[in-house]
Design a protein around this ligand. Structure first.
Ligand code: NIG
Ligand code: FE
Length: 414
């Protein structure tokens, strides 16, 4: 008998996508295994195999009894802005009473109100606030998360945010992929000379970020009133020279060409995509760029939803994420995102789960490491209070997590 660290047994079903590359079209789905268990050694999955064989071959030091529960891979939240200071509940109230996100931001609110608060906040205060949000995320099943800077818009505060993200990665059980988003908005100091700000991003911020190895990706908000396609391209080319992977916030409020640019530059991800046209869908489908859809933004801003069904059918690699941020989607819950994806993006529960695990891992360069319950991957495992994985999107507004196992360790039990 081989001694192993952990066995998860008794699950009503074990449900996982398969592979290390994003799934497309009819392949976007999960497999369901019954009478199977999971064997973990050294923080990684050693086997997903019939329970009978596990009993014959392995002697576990710890067993988790998942009797009557479905088991999935941990969620990968591929797009968030959870490091920030302050709260925008007053803007929320104004929006509820009829003001739009755009109006609020034109009056100096929106991203800029969070920038003001974040510039003033100490590193400790930022860390503490983000820590609470990370706790919410892991409690809802997120075991890997991407976090962006972008509420500094000046070198010092951007670096401060990235240092906080690094400390979170070192100290919190959730795995973190850091992204530099210095080009999140044009700061008021540069409102009449945006190209000068692009120069600051390219000549001052990016070299410092790359040198200190504080980010794996560089993202740009390519949007009318933010960064043009040309400015976005200049920033992404510079980031690429410095060894960073690329991402774009594209076609959120209007069709500008960010998605095509992302495809052309081989970006890892293009996010939002509410306003994509057929040409952009084709460009994405023909590329390696993952289309990260954020239905919680549409829900929270009461906007239309991205044409995810059409994109999947056209062969795009579609992933899901929360976009957790204080203005356009304040939720850490990938469970809610699954419900919204099924109801408003026309995705089946199987497609949504694959998009929120393997495909989202691929969007942030983690497809080889996490996103499925296959041998060799990090043992990030969720035990659910429900028996059938389709109950995850179906029963909404409550947390259905029973246990979270992160890298083979039981980190949370409810
Ligand atoms: O992803 N689109 C740009 N940025 C965020 C919103 C940030 C904010 O409102 O604070 C987003 O939706
Ligand atoms: Fe975003």
């Amino acid at each position: 008998m081989e001694v192993v660290d952990l066995v998860v047994k008794g699950a009503s079903e074990i449900v996982t996508a398969k592979g290390t590359k994003p799934l497309r079209g009819k392949n976007l789905r999960v497999e369901v295994y019954r009478n199977h268990g999971i064997v973990v050694r050294d923080g990684r999955i050693l086997a997903l195999m019939p329970e009978k064989e596990i009993k014959e071959r392995y002697s576990p030091q710890m067993t988790i009894d998942a009797e009557g529960c479905c088991v999935t891979a941990g969620f990968v939240d591929a797009h968030t802005h959870i490091v920030f200071s302050g709260s925008r509940h007053e803007e929320f109230e104004r929006r509820v009473m009829g003001a739009t996100y755009k109006e609020i931001s034109q009056q100096g609110g929106g991203i800029m109100s969070t920038v003001r608060a974040t510039r003033q906040a100490s590193e400790e205060a930022l860390l503490e606030a983000a820590w609470t949000r990370l706790n919410n995320a892991i409690a809802c099943g997120t075991t890997t998360i991407e976090i962006k800077s972008g509420y500094g818009l000046e070198t010092e505060t951007e670096l401060k945010m990235l240092r906080v993200i690094k400390r979170l990665d070192e100290e919190h059980p959730v795995s973190i992929v850091p992204t530099f988003l210095g080009a999140h908005a044009i700061p008021p100091e540069f409102s009449d000379r945006p190209d000068d700000y692009v120069r600051v991003v390219n000549e001052e911020m990016l070299p410092k970020v790359a040198e200190a190895k504080l980010a794996r990706f560089c993202d740009v908000f390519c949007e009318e009133g933010y960064f043009s396609v040309e400015q976005t391209e200049a920033i992404l080319r510079r980031a690429s020279e410095l060894g960073l992977g690329l991402q774009v916030h594209a076609e959120e409020f209007c069709l500008l060409g960010g998605a095509k640019l992302a495809a052309r530059l081989g970006a890892a991800a293009a996010s939002h995509l509410l306003c994509v046209d057929d040409d952009s869908i084709k460009a994405l489908a023909d590329s390696e760029t993952v289309a990260v859809i954020l239905p919680a933004v549409s829900f929270f801003l009461k906007e239309d939803y991205a044409p995810a069904r059409k994109m999947i059918d056209a062969g795009c690699a579609v992933a899901l994420a929360t976009d957790c941020n204080p203005g356009s989607a304040f939720t850490e819950s990938m469970q809610l995102v699954l419900t919204l994806a099924c109801l408003y993006l026309g995705m089946s529960p199987s497609e949504a789960l694959a998009a929120a695990t393997l495909n989202s891992a691929c969007a942030i360069g983690m497809g080889e490491t996490v996103g499925t319950l296959e041998p060799g991957k990090i043992a990030d495992i969720l035990v659910w209070k429900c028996a059938d994985y389709r109950e995850i999107p179906y029963h909404f507004g409550v947390n259905q997590i029973k246990c979270v196992i992160k890298a083979g360790q039981l980190v949370l039990e409810r």
